[in-house]
Write a protein that binds this ligand. Sequence first.
Ligand code: UD1
Ligand code: UDP
Length: 360
Amino acid sequence: MNRVKVAVVLGTRPEIIKMSPLIREFKKRGVDHDVVHSGQHYDDNVSNIFFRELELEEPELYLGVGSGSQGEQTGEALMKLEKAFKDLDTDLVLVQGDTNTVLAGALAAVKMGLTVGHIEAGLRSYDYRMPEEYNRRLADHSSHLLFAPTEVNRRILESEDVWGEIHVTGNTVIDACIQNLAIAEKKAELDFEVPEEFILLTAHRAENVDDPEVQENFIEAFKKIELPIIYPIHPRAEEMFKIHGNLKMLKEIDGMKLVPPQGYLEFLLLMKKSELIMTDSGGIQEEATAPNIRKKVFVLRDSTERPEAVDAGYCTVVGTDSDDIIDSVKNFQKEDWKPKECPYGDGKAAERIVDVIIGE
Ligand code: UD1
Ligand code: UDP
């Protein structure tokens, strides 16, 4: 076993969820590791709740970066993470996904001569409006170990001549679904009434919720959809709907249940109970393919970096036009829907990643 001191960097809701199987695996196998939280997400319901529900250790360091412009947030995280790795005497830094925390963590580490591992490497949306597209590309090209969820991702990385070693592992989010759905079915506490049949909705991407025209298209579509909709609203989306004067209209849509961001156990349960999902989230597109979830997802975006979920029949990219959204939901026939197997692995991604890190 290689003796390495690992820093597990995270900063936002999906990073905490997707790193959780890995943190458990490090603990189980006695690998020396520190969890470093950038503080990009800081409200309890998008950060601490996941540490409690998933029974994770408190972060060794909490850097308090908080919100800001792209440059401010990334720059502050870069400076603070550099200091953190020095103070912790880190050998290997792991980042996950495509947030500003990821770019800052990868860049700080590679410039210090540390080994960098990028989990969820090789995803591409080819949508150059997205800050995430730059973050993931730059992280991939700064990493020594690239943990690609699928062969599609491996081929993308090879075509871009990345310098690091590529390992196809599956996605740790499937590990998280498999580890937590049964617990969710026992323990999740939904503090609102859930209709018998409903659509689960999330929307938070900057290119959607920051744009008043997209907000209006969404409102138009949600008004005409017949099933009740449950929308756990992300803090960014809530703020943006408010700024553009659309929050009241969104709340007052007949059948719309606007609720705060949910804990992971609660969200898993909502996914499981829903008729279908409408989302612009990345992680939810993957979770919908988990063998114990299997739900249809209409992706409220013009592109996806998860083509495997489309090919397997789970996701359909419908864009943000109101008629397209309404038609997709109306035409979906649940009884005839036969998706393929989960394309994101068997729930053992974290084990494979740890094998590579400790050289087993
Ligand atoms: C970030 C990621 C995005 C990811 C999402 C997960 C980047 C560029 N974006 O987007 O890829 O999908 O997290 O949820 O890294 N806010 C709060 N409380 C919080 C955190 C944020 O109110 O605890 C509000 C603030 O007004 C803030 C805004 O949300 O300005 C945006 O937060 P930020 O972390 O910059 O980006 P997200 O939209 O959350
Ligand atoms: N999620 C959650 N509560 C919610 C909404 C989402 O726990 O109210 C989980 C969801 O199950 C998934 C992750 O958060 O694991 C997705 O995060 P998000 O959509 O914010 O980010 P993305 O995946 O798009 O980067």
